[in-house]
Design a protein around this ligand. Structure first.
Ligand SMILES: NC(=O)c1ccc[n+]([C@@H]2O[C@H](COP(=O)([O-])OP(=O)(O)OC[C@H]3O[C@@H](n4cnc5c(N)ncnc54)[C@H](OP(=O)(O)O)[C@@H]3O)[C@@H](O)[C@H]2O)c1
Length: 333
């Protein structure tokens, strides 16, 4: 059987993914001990993977090799298994390949058996997946948000941010979001009912932030100049939970805050966090997130693109801001 997969032909410039990634075919090799084969039903589009496509060696993981397959979270059924604990037909999530079929080492890929009774399996990528874990951890642990505090989240209409603002609200905080454009801001305030939203694509970002007032926690997905704008609007003893640096991913820049002095002046704590570091907390995070989802208190809009061949269109949305909620590619079965 041959397998279609996205091959990294060269490192991308900006958002020119079509020049960097090509749809290729390869025969499936026999399974090695410890491996499972997954028929991918869904691919998760995650902004952080853009960093893996660069050549930088000082990231939180080494660069993906040119010539190899593009890697990302996948969801699907086990076709074949040579790993303990996995059998054909099992629903799993793993770090696999952007392909029809993923072949992975069960342990190294973090393959996880999923409860097939969850009605919408896409939730395993959204609120019950890495985005959910990251949002809950970032607000509650790294941000140390307490009831009544004011929590600001950037990229608030994207997958991670949309969960972070809702979780902040569920934990009794006053949740604010930063997002690009009036439609996204209206979604956040009117559909999700958060306290307020700042449109960073409008001219008066500083004035909008001043009007909003000071913040105790900043859940930052973006870095860049927005971080400077927020640093001067943090309350004393505030916490900045650095989740991601979207401003840098396609621009190839490195966030270097000009207003770093505010960390001292306002006695701020600034700390990065990374989901693999709290993977062991996954079951308890999932349990809590699932309760909120089943009660209808935590929602996720999905932006779904059909077909493996259209993956790059879906991926680009993360960097152009074309999505509200979780970007997913659904594969034909
Ligand atoms: N630390 C961790 O363990 C961890 C885990 C998961 C995700 N993350 C991070 O979470 C962030 C969000 O990732 P995601 O996969 O959930 O993507 P996403 O939020 O669904 O999509 C990215 C969104 O970011 C906004 N954006 C893109 N470029 C921007 C820029 N230059 N300035 C401001 N906003 C920009 C866009 O919305 P607008 O229209 O608002 O611009 C876009 O919709 C990323 O930084 C990612 O690295 C971190």
């Amino acid at each position: 059987m041959t397998n279609r997969y996205w091959r990294i032909a060269r490192r991308p410039e900006g958002t020119d993914f079509a020049h960097a990634l090509e749809l290729a075919d390869a025969p499936l090799a026999p399974l090695a001990m410890g491996e499972i084969r997954i028929r991918n039903t869904h691919l998760s589009m995650d902004a952080g993977t853009r960093m893996w496509l660069t050549s930088r060696e000082d990231g939180y993981q080494p660069p993906l090799p040119v010539g190899g397959p593009m890697t990302g979270l996948v969801l699907g059924e086990v076709l074949e298994s040579r790993a303990d604990g996995f059998a054909p037909g099992d629903l799993v999530r793993a770090f696999g390949q952007w392909s029809d079929v993923s072949t992975v080492d069960a342990v190294m890929s973090g393959a996880l058996l999923l409860d097939p009774t969850v009605e919408d399996r896409r939730a395993w990528f959204g609120p019950l997946g890495m985005n959910g874990w990251t949002a809950l951890w970032g607000v509650e642990q790294t941000g140390a948000a307490r009831p009544g505090e004011r929590v600001l989240v950037s990229a608030a209409a994207g997958a991670t941010g949309i969960l972070a603002v809702q979780i902040a609200k569920l934990l009794g905080c006053e949740a604010w979001g930063i997002a690009g454009g009036a439609a996204k801001c209206a979604y956040l305030t009117q559909e999700l009912g958060i306290a307020g939203a700042v449109d960073y694509k409008a001219a008066d970002v500083g004035a909008q932030l001043d009007k909003a007032g000071g913040f105790d926690v900043y859940f930052d997905n973006v870095g860049g100049p927005l971080l400077d704008a927020v640093l001067t609007r943090m309350n004393h003893y505030g916490r900045i939970a650095v989740c991601g640096l979207l401003a840098d991913y396609t621009a190839g820049t490195r966030t270097a805050p000009k207003k770093f002095d505010q960390v001292l002046m306002r006695r701020l704590r600034i700390e990065g966090f990374f989901s693999p570091d709290f993977m062991h907390e996954g079951p308890s995070l999932t349990r809590r997130l699932r309760e909120w989802v089943e009660a209808g208190d935590l929602v996720m809009p999905y932006d779904v693109t059909q077909g493996l061949e259209n993956t790059l269109t879906a991926y680009a949305k993360l960097f152009t801001g074309a999505n509200i909620g979780k970007v997913i590619v659904e594969l034909e079965q």
